[in-house]
Design a binder for this molecule. Structure first.
Ligand SMILES: C[S@@+](CC[C@H](N)C(=O)[O-])C[C@H]1O[C@@H](n2cnc3c(N)ncnc32)[C@H](O)[C@@H]1O
Length: 305
């Protein structure tokens, strides 16, 4: 049955713009598929699938006939969209979406050859429980593949505009990012830089052959900012930037960290209110440039036979 989405925003919806289609280099995905022998995997589960950006990318590497299941606890994403069903339908892939919590996956044991997630573990309350569930539904010999970042490093990325900012100012940005992430975690909404810990978690959960790589993607910005990925990224920058789940805002992340953090938040907002405008002015003048690196871990492991 075809469904229509309501106007309510889904989890991370502000981050589901076109720019998400530029998250990966095709040559890197080809290499990943070869390393993991994805063509020997037929049944895939994408946990916290959102709008299936990740499942769509992986789908063409699976063996045939392929079956892809997506699960998400957000009502909007678990309903799915016609465009997603059509995409898999046209590729001859059986596709099914379910609403469910990653801490308690709505699947029987040992169902899938490949269980994967992209930027899910950074949003869950208990990542170890989610990993245990991913393992439970994986067949013996099956592959787990987690793509999770360290987002803190972005607060140290330099640009032509910021490179000579005072050290105290740079430290303020790092401090802001740290309090933001700790507050989000304290509210049970996950650790935005959890990627650093996922290999150890997989090992503790009993996975074998744990391997860790970094995505080789960087979206560099330089004048005249006119490649497709630069245009999509600029658009994303204008859309806003928060990990709010609709119930909480940045303010709540600072408030939960105590009075001093809240004071820092208010001063920070006042002190650096001009930065957005400074960046736009420099882009307009073709003076802004930055290599646009990110730290996205690609972590895999095997469930013992
Ligand atoms: C940042 S989005 C990533 C979506 C998708 N994996 C992608 O990369 O495009 C995180 C997704 O995880 C889902 N999610 C968060 N917590 C979850 C949970 N406990 N159980 C299932 N899904 C969850 C959200 O609804 C959202 O769709």
């Amino acid at each position: 049955m075809r469904t229509k989405n309501t106007k309510r925003k889904g989890h991370s919806e502000d981050f589901f713009g076109t720019y998400r289609d530029f998250w990966w280099n095709e040559s890197f995905l080809n290499l990943l598929a070869k390393r993991l022998q994805l063509n020997n995997h037929f049944q895939m589960l994408d946990v916290g699938c959102g709008q299936c950006h990740w499942s769509k990318l992986l789908s063409r590497y699976l063996g045939t006939p392929a079956r892809i299941c997506g699960v998400d606890n957000d009502k909007k994403w678990s309903k799915g969209e016609d465009e997603i069903r059509d995409f898999f339908g046209d590729a001859g892939i059986e596709f099914e979406l379910k609403k469910g919590d990653a801490h308690e996956l709505p699947y029987d044991d040992c169902q899938f050859d490949l269980v994967t997630c992209q930027t899910l573990l950074i949003h869950v309350q208990d990542p170890n429980q989610v990993i245990r569930e991913m393992k439970r539904v994986l067949k013996p010999g099956g592959t787990i593949l987690c793509v999770e970042p360290n987002n803190l490093v972005q607060s140290l990325t330099q640009s032509s505009v910021s490179m000579n900012d005072p050290i105290e100012e740079v430290l303020d940005h790092v401090r802001y990012a740290l309090i933001f992430e700790r507050g989000k975690k304290k509210l049970g909404l996950g650790d935005n830089s959890l990627g650093d810990l996922v290999p150890g978690f997989l090992s503790q959960a009993g996975f074998e052959h744990v391997e860790v790589r970094l995505s080789d993607k960087a979206i560099a910005m330089y004048p005249p900012y006119n490649t497709d990925e630069q245009v999509a990224t600029m658009k994303q920058w204008q859309t806003g930037n928060t990990w709010s789940n609709g119930l909480f805002t940045d303010y709540d992340y600072f408030r939960v960290m105590g009075h001093e953090s809240l004071e820092f938040y208010e001063n920070y907002k006042r002190k650096y209110a001009h930065l957005g405008e400074r960046m736009l002015r420099n882009i307009d003048a073709n003076k802004y440039h930055s290599a646009g690196g990110a730290m996205m871990y690609v972590i895999s492991g095997t469930k013992a036979l």
